[in-house]
Design a protein around this ligand. Structure first.
Ligand code: ZN
Length: 300
């Protein structure tokens, strides 16, 4: 019987398993929202999905990203413990569902949604995804009502909140949110702390775009800057530099392997990332998937 399961079928089984575990309806009932203070008026909220940033103050709450819709009530409660003001602005660092899934719920409560123009473009149209998936357009109330292209600034709660789209990196709509007064930067998914990066080539991302974006943030940051990654715990410039160096090293190895004529399969079996896999490959992006992404980016 075992012999009847061909490699093709087993890869389908693996894909289905991956699909079910990653994208299907999850049980959010046990997810707790943890709040960590980052600066006097800035907090990071962790639950399931991308890390949320919150700036509180007299003018109202400025919120960065919204995780998944079933968590909105818990997130609103956690924010309610920090401020009695409503969420005035919900800013999205990019369009992915683990960062925008709660947009509809907060939009219905009159939060004004703001993001890069390509986030609006992707949230307002059906998006084709890998593994024959597709993401339908978000309802209008979940879409940005204000967009920016290169940069924009909010003046709220005594902070100048500087927003930058440096390059197409994780996606083509990435935003970096910089609070110079509090010395805090939210990087969205241009930073997966301590893990291999996910670069969504299908959404206009690129490895070099991520590297260039990280270099811009390293330039902005000093030794005391608190850096909120899209995923992972609160971080700093030193750890971001290490992240950049690992990505650069792997990029150079993959480019060299491609230049020497190696196929993707040969690259995968040659363990180019061996010394990093145990630690950096423990998250969402495993070594094989990383090679898929890097190879696809640099072989075209
Ligand atoms: Zn993402």
């Amino acid at each position: 019987m075992k012999r009847l399961i061909s490699p093709f079928i087993s890869s389908i089984i693996i894909l289905c398993f991956f699909y079910n575990n990653t994208f299907a309806q999850r049980d959010f009932s046990k997810v707790e929202i943890k709040t960590e203070q980052v600066a006097e008026n800035i907090y990071m909220l962790m639950g399931s999905g991308g890390n949320i940033g919150v700036l509180v103050g007299e003018d109202g709450v400025f919120m960065i990203d919204s995780q998944f819709a079933p968590l909105s009530e818990k997130i609103a409660k956690a924010i309610g413990n920090l401020s009695d003001k409503p969420v005035k602005i919900l800013f999205n660092t990019h369009w992915h569902g683990d960062h925008t899934g709660g947009n509809e719920n907060f939009g219905k409560k009159d939060a004004m949604i703001v993001a890069h123009k390509n986030v609006k473009e992707r949230l307002s149209t059906e998006q084709k995804r890998p593994f024959n998936r597709s993401t339908p357009a978000a309802p209008e109330v979940a879409q940005p009502v204000i967009t920016f292209d290169k940069e924009m600034t909010f003046y709220l709660n005594g902070e100048d909140i500087l927003i930058f789209h440096f390059h197409h990196g994780h996606t083509d709509g990435d935003a970096i949110v910089y609070f110079p007064k509090s010395n805090v930067i939210h990087m969205g998914d241009t930073y997966f702390k301590g893990r291999y990066p996910y670069i969504d080539l299908g959404s206009g991302g690129s490895v070099d775009g991520v590297l260039k974006t990280i270099n811009e943030v390293i330039f902005l940051a000093d030794d005391d800057t608190k850096i909120i990654p899209g995923h992972g715990s609160l971080s700093n410039k030193e750890e971001l530099i290490e992240y950049r160096n690992v990505i650069m090293l792997i990029r150079d190895r993959v480019k060299k392997a491609i230049a020497s004529g190696m196929t993707l399969e040969e690259i995968k079996t040659s363990n180019l990332t061996k010394e990093f896999d145990e630690e950096w490959g423990a998250g969402f992006i495993k070594p094989d998937r990383l090679m898929d992404i890097f190879y696809s980016d640099f072989s075209n």
